[in-house]
Design a protein around this ligand. Structure first.
Ligand code: C2E
Ligand code: MG
Ligand code: MG
Length: 574
């Protein structure tokens, strides 16, 4: 629609009273439509012939003003859309093809109005083009709703920073357009330290305020071409499309850490929040995100500096570790474990006194995984609690089966980690398990390592005494590998001492050093403990430990750990 030079009222084109009647009816009809109808001449300046009255509420200019001011239409076009619209109109004038496009107009009061402009060339009976006739439809509400939806899909509503999905798009863009071959793209992963305590102590509204303030500070730190995002929770990220030197990224990280830790005033309180930043350089967005995340974890452990660059040597081990923990969690959920039993023999009676329960992970692709390869991870992640409960239950069920087979003198022995003893109610759960399987408490031994006992806080002490009271036996496993002092041995309610196989491994060799083993056996006997020699693989080892006064032994010589262990072992009489 072009501005009119000299507007020709439509109705005057009609001559007879009858025709004028029809014209009036048409004009009323046109003015009732919820859009602006216009007619432009096909002259050089495409002068406006007619514009319906709806133009006034739409743009704030009367039909008369519209008629007077030849440049008004061009001036009301939004500057960003002007060239495109004029070109489209010119194209239709030249080719007589229909016109259809959307653009923005700026109303007299500054409002931005989105319109859909559709027009066609009207021909006379001979097919000669007469004028361009079209309408402007106000689509502002639709466009604004659309814009709102778009922004909801791309931006975090709390901080107005890009959300994770949009950030990933921005990163792809950054990588694609990074300047020159020498420049690298850097990705920074920012995680607030102990942000959870803000929510816990001051409430979620305070937490939201802090996130907003910090989001704003992070946004203020980024320069043109860089993008900041909130990835979720208290995690933010920045992409630097092209840095010439990693030092630049380090400087930016330092500046960011400084800005973030500036005091925040909140309801009369002053909070200081710190952050940790991981930095990754590269060109693959997914990899960079993972690497920056891993580096951030290392930065957290190094609060003095506050940021760390991804280091494949260190961090890939860490991410491999977290992948393994995730796998272990699935394994617990799917129950991918079983228990093997290894006999512990009474060297005097020549019988099996106990079966030790040893857990195995039946990995779906890697096959059987030995406990030493996953128990430490299970302990760190806390999954040992569930795994330990499973082993205890299996072992008690096994002991109940032995009793049902008439072997009710035989015990089961279960390894217990420190983490399990730290749980209030561990002793109660053991009692419940025994009850469930109708097993007498003295049929169960719990094996603890020296480290458990050394780390023994009050909580662990309480559990140990509760277990003792319950009537289960306690064994100190792998004795001699830790640093348990004699004083500990006396103070703890232990019944059995299992001598680690490092003390029995070489006792049959030519330069056998028996002094230590002899000392431990004498010490144990003096304290009234039952002694078990671990790692007995040969008859010579068997003979030696027996002669030194150890009356129980465990090892491949007597039997390997097995799912269904043999009920007889040959314990030769010496
Ligand atoms: P442990 O409690 O000292 O168990 C004895 C380990 O020594 C077992 O290894 C067993 O297979 C091995 N062994 C037995 N006899 C011999 C021998 O003659 N020669 C040699 N070289 N080795 C022998 P496994 O099954 O790999 O278990 C390793 C450790 O994992 C256990 O040491 C125990 O500390 C831990 N573990 C196993 N099951 C559990 C469990 O259910 N819970 C917890 N917390 N730890 C467990
Ligand atoms: Mg053990
Ligand atoms: Mg042991």
């Amino acid at each position: 629609m072009a501005a009119s030079a000299d507007r020709v009222p439509f109705r005057h084109d009609f001559e007879s009273p009858g025709e004028q009647d029809v014209a009036r009816r048409y004009q009323t009809l046109v003015e009732q439509l919820p859009l602006v109808i216009y007619v432009d001449a096909l002259d050089a300046s495409s002068s406006n012939v007619f514009t319906s009255r709806q133009i006034e509420p739409l743009l704030g200019y009367s039909v008369e003003e519209w008629a007077r001011d030849a440049d008004l239409f061009v001036r009301t076009l939004h500057p960003d859309d002007r060239d495109r619209v004029l070109a489209a109109h010119a194209h239709t004038h030249a080719t007589h093809e229909p016109l259809s496009l959307e653009y923005r107009l700026v109303a007299r009061d500054g409002r931005v109005v989105h319109v859909k402009d559709d027009a066609v060339i009207v021909h006379d009976d001979l097919g000669q083009p007469l004028y361009l006739q079209g309408y402007l439809l106000d689509v502002t509400v639709e466009r604004e709703t659309q814009e709102q939806l778009r922004s909801m899909a791309l931006f975090d509503p709390l901080t107005q920073l890009a959300n994770r999905a949009f950030f990933q798009e921005q990163c792809q863009q950054a990588v694609a357009t990074r300047g020159g071959r020498d420049a690298e793209t850097a990705l920074m992963f920012i995680d607030l330290n102990e942000f959870k305590t803000v929510n816990d102590r001051w409430g979620h509204d305070a937490g939201d305020c802090v996130l907003q303030t910090l989001g704003k500070r992070i946004q203020e730190t980024v320069r043109a071409g860089e993008s900041a995002a909130r990835l979720g929770g208290d995690e933010f990220a920045i992409v630097l499309p092209a840095i010439a030197d990693p030092e630049d990224a380090a400087r930016i990280a330092e500046r960011l850490l400084g800005r973030i830790s500036e005091p925040i005033e909140l309801d009369g309180r002053t909070l200081v929040i710190t952050a940790s930043i991981g930095i990754a350089l590269g060109s693959d967005v997914d990899t960079m995100l993972k690497e920056a995340d891993a580096a951030m974890y290392r930065a957290k452990g190094n609060r003095g500096v506050g940021y760390a660059f991804y280091d494949a040597g260190i961090d890939s081990a860490a991410s491999e570790r977290s992948r393994r923990v995730a796998e272990l969690r699935d394994a617990v959920a799917r129950g991918e474990f079983h228990v093997d039993y290894q006999p512990i023999v009474d060297l005097d009676a020549h019988t099996i006194s106990t079966y030790e329960a040893l857990v195995r992970w039946d990995h779906p692709t890697e096959g059987l995984i030995a406990p030493l390869d996953f128990i430490p991870l299970a302990e760190e992640s806390g999954l040992i609690v569930q795994i330990g409960t499973f082993v205890l239950d299996q072992a008690c069920a096994f002991a109940a089966r032995l009793a049902a087979d008439g072997r009710d003198g035989v015990r089961v022995s279960v390894n217990v980690s420190a983490r399990q003893l730290q749980d209030e109610g561990f002793a109660d759960r053991v009692a419940e398990c025994l009850e469930h399987h109708r097993l007498a408490p003295e049929r169960l031994t719990l094996e603890l390592t020296e480290s458990v006992l050394l780390a023994a806080g009050e909580q662990v002490q309480r559990q140990l005494h509760a277990l003792k009271e319950l009537g289960v036996l306690l064994a100190l496993d792998d004795f001699g590998t830790g640093y348990a002092s004699l004083a500990y041995l006396q103070r703890l309610p232990v019944d059995i001492l299992k001598i680690d196989r490092t003390f029995t491994a070489d006792i049959a060799g030519p330069d056998a050093e028996l002094l230590l083993l002899k000392g431990i056996i004498e010490l144990g006997a003096a304290l009234g403990l039952t002694l078990v020699a671990e790692g007995i693989e040969t008859s010579e080892q068997h003979e030696i430990v027996r002669s030194l006064g150890c009356h129980n032994a465990q090892g491949f010589y007597f039997g390997h750990p097995e799912r269904v262990p043999a009920s007889d072992v040959s314990v030769p009489r010496l």
